[in-house]
Design a protein around this ligand. Structure first.
Ligand code: LFR
Length: 464
């Protein structure tokens, strides 16, 4: 194929989109066919996602995309970790959301009784996040009824194609994948009391999962293939990041700020474990050596509780409001669940004996500078743990539009920041499909060179 039109269904924690990428050897053009809201839905037994609604939005968005011109294939990515329970191919309940406070206390405690943190890290290489899939499974009292569990993008792919698989980059976030072999760690599953037959076969990005089932293709307009991509959104984002040398670090900046390095081999040292660095699986067997920093979630939750919608205006005011504000530890678990972040910042400051930011604009300034400080620390640690020196920081994702935050990261790290593309995740998604169709590639470097040729990046130099 010389070119194609590839659809990316990209599901984020606060919104989803169907993007169309027109890709040829020298072209990469992206446009949105549909955008739709998403978010945790509270119920009696905890926070859930509405995956049925996401599937419906995805199909409607694909129909809109197809109406503008035939699609070559579709790929699906989303946030990691969360899963649905199925029986005979049917979803038993809507998946839980990883920000559920109660489950996040139960799960790690149950796993800790069965396996120590040090051994667990040697096996799965994952940073400790209280919501990693294995902890959620340990807190799940409804597994007996299920004959399969699927991660969110795989659930959507199965709804579209009737084929159930587990895409490997996202599987690496479950904690149940062997970090060295990248296969299911069935021995660990057994030790945790999990039925190994619950987990579907692993496939790699580029694998054709199946074709749209007739009820879906009738609505969309064509019986196109569903192709596995880096179905963990962060894996796709890193494919779409124009990294061009070993001294480049990245920050995939959205709800989370995923800050780190692309490596060939995992770093499984005690230092890496104690500083909470993860070795997630990237596309083409790469390692995403990074840590989760609380990201724009803090901003979006703050604005949501205020009933304020003008993020850009608030950021402008906060950047101009040059008064001292405290830098809080955004990694504190108190900031994980939904709620009033300004109040929690006040509480954090009270507990740590510092003066809280006064007023809304100061609160926004405090959040931005605090995120930047945590990101800078993460990059510095990643470099030292991996034995690299860093010359440039790529910021991709929605946060690349936040120039106050990008500048703050440059200032705090003392490194130049290259911001963009904003749509790195959708770009990584469509590029892996385009490569599977023989349009571009074959190496990640080829894909990134195309991103660099077709996208202007904004540069932020550090202020002394
Ligand atoms: C980003 C992300 C992170 C993952 C978090 C929870 O959207 O996928 O990589 O740690 O969401 O799934």
């Amino acid at each position: 194929h010389r070119s194609g039109r590839f659809a990316a269904v990209d599901l984020g924690a606060s919104s989803g989109r169907v993007m169309v990428g027109e890709v040829g050897p020298d072209t990469l053009r992206l446009e949105a066919a549909a955008r739709f809201p998403n978010g945790p839905v509270p119920a009696d037994d905890g926070l859930h996602w509405d995956v049925d609604a996401l599937v419906e939005h995805a199909v409607a968005g694909l129909a809109t995309a197809y109406a503008a011109g035939p699609l070559t294939s579709v790929g699906i990515d989303s946030w990691a970790v969360d899963y649905g329970r199925l029986r005979a191919g049917r979803l038993l309940a809507q998946p839980f959301c990883y920000r559920d406070e109660r489950r996040n206390q139960v799960g790690p405690a149950r796993v800790a009784e069965l396996i120590g943190d040090e051994e667990l890290y040697r096996r799965n290489g994952l940073q400790h996040l209280s919501f990693n899939t294995l902890y959620q499974l340990a807190a799940d009292d409804g597994l007996d009824e299920a004959d399969q569990v699927l991660l969110v993008p795989d659930l959507v792919a199965a709804a579209l194609s009737a084929n159930a698989v587990t895409e490997r980059t996202n599987a690496s976030t479950t904690g149940l994948l062997d970090v060295t072999t990248r296969d299911w760690d069935t021995e660990l599953m057994v030790r945790l009391g999990l039925d190994v037959t619950l987990f579907a076969d692993l496939v790699d990005p580029g694998h054709e999962i199946g074709h749209l089932i007739p009820t879906v293709s009738d609505r969309v307009g064509g019986r196109i293939p569903v192709v596995a991509v880096g179905s963990h959104d962060t894996a796709s984002a890193i494919v779409g990041t124009p990294l061009s040398s070993d001294d480049a670090a990245y920050v995939s900046l959205g709800t989370w700020a995923l800050a780190g390095l692309e490596l060939d081999q995992p770093v499984l040292t005690e230092d890496a474990r104690r500083t909470n660095f993860t070795n997630e699986g990237g596309v083409d067997g790469t390692v995403r050596f990074l840590t989760n920093v609380m990201g724009t979630w803090l901003l979006s939750e703050t604005l949501r509780t205020w009933g304020e919608t003008d993020l850009a205006g608030m950021l402008r005011a906060a950047e101009a409001y040059d008064v001292p504000v405290p830098v809080v530890d955004v990694q504190d678990e108190m900031f994980l669940p939904p709620g009033d972040m300004q109040a929690r910042i006040g509480q954090w400051c009270h507990e740590h004996g510092v003066a809280p930011p006064r007023g809304r604009v100061a609160a926004i300034r405090c959040i931005v500078l605090s995120i930047a400080a945590a990101v800078a620390t993460a990059i510095e640690r990643a470099a030292s743990l991996a034995g690299r020196s860093i010359g440039v920081v790529h910021v991709v994702g929605g946060g690349a539009q936040n120039s106050f935050l990008c500048q703050a990261i440059a200032d705090r790290s003392g490194l130049p920041v290259l911001a963009g593309p904003v749509e790195a995740t959708a770009i990584g998604n469509v590029l892996v499909q385009a490569r599977a169709a023989g349009v571009v590639g074959p190496t990640l470097a080829d894909l990134r060179a195309l991103v660099a040729r077709t996208h202007d990046l904004a540069r932020f130099a550090p202020h002394a």
